[in-house]
Design a protein around this ligand. Structure first.
Ligand code: SF4
Length: 327
């Protein structure tokens, strides 16, 4: 849950999740859709899905007990080498190495390793070092401490070397290279996109589709969504461009779903970011006219029913906008 977010933001999610799924058995018995509803808003939805699959594997293959060794843990869905080492050392206090963003930086600096530590050779070297560090007893505390040193002292910028307990062992400090190790990553080129989404209403219900396993936000429900070319990312919406957007969205709805609609409402705008993409999403409310109502992986749902479904973040915002405007 903590990936790319803060502890303060995660605490309410964590508490709600544990209230609903207090045991591995209850998580294993749940549906993917319900787990995703509890995960909604956290992003990285494959983690929620894998947590449930892991619970199922623990119940079916391990008698409901979390394995206590790195190799067996790594057989579970979603558990890689770092997570396995963290579980074994934190939960069972057994010697197991960990390597994550903070410790990668600390170890690269300790060794004075000036190549990219994320490449295969760097990873091999750092895992070798990591394996030497945890003692037989107290491994969890040592691993936690090394992560804390990385987070609080050996920070990416301006590492606090005078206060560092590892200073006397640190090659980068001895060479004065702590600011340039590890080498800075190139920032990915930002891409601006314009997309449109449609809330198509029919008899008080809206059409939503479940995103496919190979799509971003897999398993989440979403209003039909299309790329838009009739307006630029930064262009102000005028009466004319609004009409062009409406026409383009009607065309997309027809060519992708065979559906026609009318009575377009005002365009509602949401700006959001996904990895290197900055997306301007224009949201349109329309009323169903004609076309097939049954589609694979889709359903018609009232706003109340949408409140129970796991929705993408933007569809949730759009649904809340519709509810606030009495749709
Ligand atoms: S001495 Fe400086 S560079 Fe070395 S581990 Fe400590 S904080 Fe990091």
């Amino acid at each position: 849950m903590l990936q790319q977010t803060t502890v303060a933001a995660v605490v309410p999610y964590f508490e709600r999740f544990l209230d609903r799924f207090p045991t591995v058995q209850e998580l294993a018995a749940s549906s993917e859709e319900e787990v995703l509803r509890y995960w909604e808003g956290l992003g990285y939805y494959s983690r929620g899905r894998n947590l449930r699959l892991g619970a199922i594997a623990i119940c079916e293959q391990h008698g409901g007990e979390l394995p206590a060794d790195v190799e067996t843990l790594q057989q579970l869905p979603g558990i890689g080498r770092y997570t396995a080492g963290a579980i074994v050392s934190f939960a069972y206090d057994r010697a197991a190495p960990i390597l994550e963003a903070n410790t990668i930086r600390v170890y690269a600096r300790l060794l004075g390793y000036d190549d990219d530590p994320l490449r295969a050779a760097g990873q091999r070297l750092l895992w070798e070092l990591a394996a030497l560090l945890p003692p037989k007893s107290g491994a969890g505390v040592i691993n936690q401490s090394l992560m804390e040193v990385g987070s609080l002292v050996c920070r990416p910028q301006m590492p606090q070397c005078p206060d560092c307990p590892l200073q006397e062992f640190c090659r980068a400090f001895q060479l004065g290279l702590q600011e340039v190790i590890p080498p800075k990553k190139q920032r990915p080129q930002i891409t601006q996109l314009v997309e449109g989404t449609i809330a198509l209403r029919r008899r008080g219900k809206y059409l939503v589709r479940r995103r496919g396993p190979d799509e971003r936000w897999a398993g989440m429900w979403d209003f039909p969504r299309f790329p838009l070319t009739s307006v630029d990312y930064n262009a102000r919406l005028t009466a004319m461009s609004t009409r062009s957007v409406q026409e383009e969205l009607f065309d997309s709805l027809h060519s992708n779903w065979g559906l026609t609609a009318s009575q377009p409402g005002d365009l509602h705008q949401i700006r959001h970011s996904v990895t290197r993409y900055r997306i301007r999403l224009l949201c349109l409310h329309v009323v169903y006219d004609s076309g097939p109502v049954q589609h694979d992986d889709s359903q018609w749902a009232t706003l109340q029913q949408l409140a129970e479904l796991p929705l993408t973040r933007t569809s949730r915002q759009f649904a809340e906008h519709l509810a606030a405007n009495g749709r």
